[in-house]
Design a protein around this ligand. Structure first.
Ligand code: NGS
Length: 352
């Protein structure tokens, strides 16, 4: 027989449990925790998702393109002769050859032989200077590279006529890293800057991702008194700036500006954060970042698989300002494994 006090004890327990659930359901903390978990799951999903249009055949295509691009080692291109006198007359501020907005045609059917033929006014190593006027700036295009041969082909095909129409004097540098070492965009851009400066005293250095194609040639590839962020409106982000501090994709700095902040940090291995750290370096040195209007700074991003983000990037960003003086372009040691002047670009592969 159940005793009276045992029934009471049972009722008290039931009431306690009910009140626990009632309290939980009315507690704002519960809803915050619930919301936090949902945001966390969503963020994890977004950060790991691939591009929907990613083509799994790309790896196989890439191997074929690699052979195509790197077979022609530049015996047939015209060497660059720095002593050749440049025309005296300065080129117009706005080149008369500009055509404005034109959505890039992305085709993997580009015939490389035709491309080489078509751009035969480009000198060995991907160097060019207008024949009828003196360019307003000498520009080095610095491209950190790993494995994206298909992209490189499309990019090179697109960028030469774009830069020529702007009447620039320029050189294109593709900087690759020993595959045993994890990709490091900041470090490769530092190397690219050093390697390009050894050759010429460029007025402007443009840090350029290989997967970004400018859509409007009024987006002038030049430097200003302050650093410039150029890839303001990328199709991937619906042609909107994703966040104000972004400095990735395409950006332009002079030698003085680069040296003033000691270039990029060399510590960001893997994807993400090195550009945010650069933004902090610029801010630290009281430099404002300039941007052009959205409609001229439009870019098409070539589809690719999202690289795994570096889990340490936020920690590195938060401690970055302590390292500016000792972690950058002035404190970088590397060895050149290969350097070749291909007809349409200079290729440099390094190891550490
Ligand atoms: C941010 C990254 C940046 C990167 C930007 C755009 O989240 O390095 O996305 O990347 N910052 C961090 O991860 C801290 S994009 O989608 O264009 O490749 O540049």
């Amino acid at each position: 027989m159940i005793k009276h006090h045992e029934i009471l004890k049972h009722e008290v327990t039931v009431t306690k449990e009910a009140s626990f659930w009632r309290q939980l359901l009315v507690s704002p903390r519960f809803y915050f925790a619930f919301l936090f978990i949902q945001v966390f799951i969503l963020a994890t999903f977004i950060s790991t998702r691939n591009f929907t249009n990613y083509d799994p055949m790309l790896v196989i295509k890439d191997q074929k393109v690699q052979e195509e691009l790197f077979n022609n080692t530049g015996e047939h291109c015209l060497a660059w002769n720095t002593s050749e006198p440049a025309p005296e007359t300065k080129c117009a501020i706005i080149s008369p050859y500009l055509i404005g907005y034109r959505k890039p045609v992305i085709s993997d059917e580009i015939n490389w032989e035709d491309t080489l033929q078509k751009y035969n006014s480009v000198r060995c190593g991907g160097r060019f200077r207008p024949s009828n006027c003196k360019a307003r700036q000498k520009v080095a295009l610095l491209i950190p590279f790993r494995d994206r041969y298909e992209h490189l082909k499309i990019f090179i095909h697109h960028i030469h006529p774009f830069l020529m129409r702007q009447q620039l004097e320029y050189g294109i540098y593709i900087i690759d890293l020993d595959e045993r070492i994890q990709f490091n965009r900041g470090l490769l851009l530092n190397v690219a800057f050093l390697e390009a400066s050894k050759e010429f005293d460029y007025d402007c250095y443009i840090f350029h991702d290989v997967d970004l194609l400018p859509e409007n040639d009024y987006n002038l590839y030049r430097c200003s008194d302050l650093p410039r962020h150029m890839s303001v409106a990328v199709d991937k982000f619906n042609y909107k700036l994703p966040y104000v501090e972004i400095f990735g994709g395409v950006s332009a700095m002079t030698k003085e500006q680069i040296l003033f902040v000691n270039g990029f940090s060399n510590k960001f291995s893997g994807w993400g954060g090195e550009d945010d750290d650069m933004y902090n370096r610029l801010k630290f040195r009281h430099m404002t970042v300039l941007r052009s209007m959205n409609d001229v700074s439009k870019y098409t991003m070539l589809k690719h698989k999202q690289s795994p983000p570096n889990p340490k990037r936020f920690k590195l960003i938060s401690t970055g300002m302590k390292r500016v003086g000792k972690d950058g372009v002035k404190n970088l040691k590397y060895k050149v494994m290969k350097r070749t002047d291909y007809p349409l670009y200079t290729y440099v592969k390094i190891t550490l």
